[in-house]
Design a protein around this ligand. Sequence first.
Ligand code: PNS
Length: 157
Amino acid sequence: MTQGMATALCPGSFDPPTNGHLDVIERAEQIFARVVVSVIDNPAKEPLFDAAQRVSMLSDLTDSSVDSFGGLLVDHARDVGADVVVKGVRTVEDFEAEMQMAHMNRRLSGVETLLMPAAPELGHISSSLVKEIARLGGSVADLVPPAVETALKERFE
Ligand code: PNS
């Protein structure tokens, strides 16, 4: 990998995208020449927003290219020409899960994973808590971008 030339893949569920996700993506954009944001398309997980909606939201919110994938992350990383996978880490539990996936993905294809610590002021944000708060009528204004807040309000109206 040549410094400043690499392509980073930022994968995730993004159901919905949060301020925490966007912080990690924006910080990756500062480091890597090209960033691809990829939404997992797994209808079996019964996401609140389908993959096309999540891709559309992220496309409006980032300067990076955004797509979706349905198979193995390592296959998608190869398909988009990614040199590294970038994942945000908030907690020790995140770290343990991400370490296991990073080792497995490296074993599967040789792809490297870089773990980026969440910004301290955003480390409490998760998509599942955002959905729960929005569903129960609480404010998520400080947790997600305005367009996502609007989409959540429409969904739970
Ligand atoms: O935002 P999330 O839910 O933490 O994202 C998890 C995601 C989509 C990155 C992870 O589930 C994934 O990589 N899925 C693709 C299937 C795969 O490659 N599984 C083996 C991982 S070792």
